[in-house]
Design a protein around this ligand. Structure first.
Ligand SMILES: [Zn+2]
Length: 251
């Protein structure tokens, strides 16, 4: 990974960097369709920033932290006369959300994978969706978290590649990483929390969303139907309704 300390008092611990890279590499073995996060990690720089240099520097510490409060993805950062995708994370804020070094390692991995999930969902030619609206917040954010849940599932506990994965899992003896991540997501704002229900209800096709964002942008009614339902029912969504609303967006 290209980690560049721009304005942070804290560096990332090298073992924490190895941990998130191992999860990405292990999980990407399952996916040969396109470049996975482990590939993007070689391309997109990750900047470290202190709280006062984050985009939302005024915001108080939240008891329900959104992932974007801890990190961000910028599709076009002007650097040296060009525009490149970059990721920023705030080690200071991440540290404020955890109690142990083990939790710090898992949450750092969660934030980094979430931001790389946004990068992955922006790579398709039809992935433009501007300006970002409320519907986008209620589809893109849970989908990014869904991808994080999948990476922890496949990258930490691989049945096919058990031995290699065990090396990743063994780093954390006290906390089950996937459970920790799910519990953290449970405590996030509702649009992030919706990821748990996408996962449980089998709405795993983030590619459908990623590859047709510009088409979906025009589906005013279907977008409103999704928004009305998920906002009113997060925490108690019904599998068939959720699937039906998701399908309608992609017809
Ligand atoms: Zn996000």
């Amino acid at each position: 990974m290209k980690i560049i300390n721009i304005k942070s008092r804290y560096e990332l611990n090298p073992s924490h960097v190895d941990y998130v890279r191992s999860i990405a590499l292990n999980a990407d073995i399952y996916d040969s369709e396109d470049h996975g996060i482990s590939y993007l990690m070689n391309e997109i720089p990750v900047f470290l920033l202190d709280s006062r240099h984050m985009p939302d520097r005024e915001k108080e510490i939240s008891d329900k932290p959104s992932t974007e409060w801890l990190g961000f993805y910028s599709h076009q950062t002007p650097i040296l006369g060009g525009n490149i995708p970059t990721i920023g994370i705030c080690p200071e804020r991440i540290m404020g959300c955890v109690k142990t070094d083990e939790e710090l390692m898992i949450l750092t991995a969660k934030v980094i994978l979430h931001e790389f999930a946004h990068a992955r969902m922006r790579l398709h030619p039809s992935s433009d969706y501007l300006p970002v609206d409320e519907f986008y917040e209620w589809m893109e954010e849970p989908m990014a978290n869904l991808m994080v849940i999948n990476y922890f599932r496949d990258g930490v506990y691989s049945r096919r590649y058990g031995r290699r994965s065990c090396e990743v899992a063994r780093v954390t003896n006290c906390v089950d990483p996937a459970s920790y991540v799910k519990a953290f997501i449970e405590g996030q704002p509702d649009n992030y929390r919706l990821a748990l229900e996408l996962y449980e209800n089998g709405i795993w096709r983030w590619r459908n969303w990623a590859n047709s964002k510009s088409k979906i942008q025009k589906k005013t009614k279907e977008k409103q139907d999704w928004l009305n339902y998920v906002k009113a029912n997060v925490g108690k969504t019904d599998e068939s309704t959720l699937k039906q609303l998701f399908e309608a967006l992609h017809k």
